[in-house]
Design a protein around this ligand. Structure first.
Ligand SMILES: Cc1cc2nc3c(=O)[nH]c(=O)nc-3n(C[C@H](O)[C@H](O)[C@H](O)COP(=O)(O)O)c2cc1C
Length: 226
């Protein structure tokens, strides 16, 4: 089994402690979407583990609508096609990552021929699982919706019935000093989330749920926050 080495951990730049009402598992609290990637190659066994994590995700009717076109820098033609399909703002930093992956969703249930409304949801969940596995292996994932789906379909001959949904960069995160100034500032800037009150409701749509009030949190000890 692959374990996280000390050098993997020291490579990980965690710019701020997350503000949470209850402690999160470190695999989640240490996750972020970096732009600064080291050129260090990803060990082949870790690449397999990432896709196993995606493969064992849940999906509607166990249809498993996710497909991936994955390329390391050795797969020059495919890697370059993925880089070319990215919006310029993403291309600047993403082309340092040692692996780029296109996530593709199947548009119909193959067994029954009906439109697969949850295909994007299921693909997203498989990428989420892959991302958690990446954290466990000392790797980072940065997902990108900023790419040209028509271009990537053409460059990679994606057949009809399959939708290019996301491109993601995978690799070892590096300290932000390696980035151009504007990107470094964004990388070092504060990370934020909307409060739980605007997303969790019980009695009535829009009314904050009592289930996420501070006194219900698992701990009020500030030292146990992430
Ligand atoms: C579907 C999706 C599309 C995204 N598209 C882009 C993108 O095109 N470029 C980019 O730099 N980040 C992109 N992101 C990353 C988000 O900006 C990032 O997850 C968000 O700002 C929260 O930061 P964090 O992941 O570090 O917590 C995308 C993330 C998702 C899930």
């Amino acid at each position: 089994m692959t374990t996280q080495s000390e050098s993997d951990i020291t490579n990980t730049f965690v710019p701020q402690r997350l503000d949470t009402r209850a402690p999160l598992n470190e695999l989640l609290s240490s996750r972020r979407s970096p732009r600064a990637f080291s050129e260090r190659q990803i060990e082949p066994s870790k690449i397999v583990a990432l896709f196993e994590a995606a493969r064992w995700s849940p999906s509607s009717a166990n249809e498993q609508p996710w497909h991936f076109v994955a390329a390391t820098k050795e797969d020059t033609r495919i890697y370059n096609a993925l880089v070319e399909s990215l919006m310029e703002g993403n291309r600047r930093w993403a082309q340092r990552a040692p692996m780029l992956v296109l996530g593709v969703a199947q548009s119909v249930y193959l067994k029954i021929g009906r439109a697969y409304q949850h295909a994007w949801y299921d693909l997203g969940q498989s990428v989420a699982n892959l991302t958690v596995q990446a954290s466990a292996l000392g790797l980072a994932v940065h997902q990108m919706g900023g790419f040209d789906a028509a271009k990537v379909r053409e460059l990679l001959s994606i057949p009809d019935g399959y939708e290019p949904v996301i491109v993601f960069a995978v690799g070892y995160a590096e300290r932000p000093e390696t980035l151009p100034d504007d990107l470094r500032k964004r990388e070092e800037g504060p990370r934020s989330r909307k409060p739980l009150e605007v997303m969790v409701f019980t009695e009535e749509w829009g009314k904050p749920s009592r289930l996420v009030e501070v006194q219900n949190s698992m701990t009020s000890d500030p030292d146990s926050r992430n």
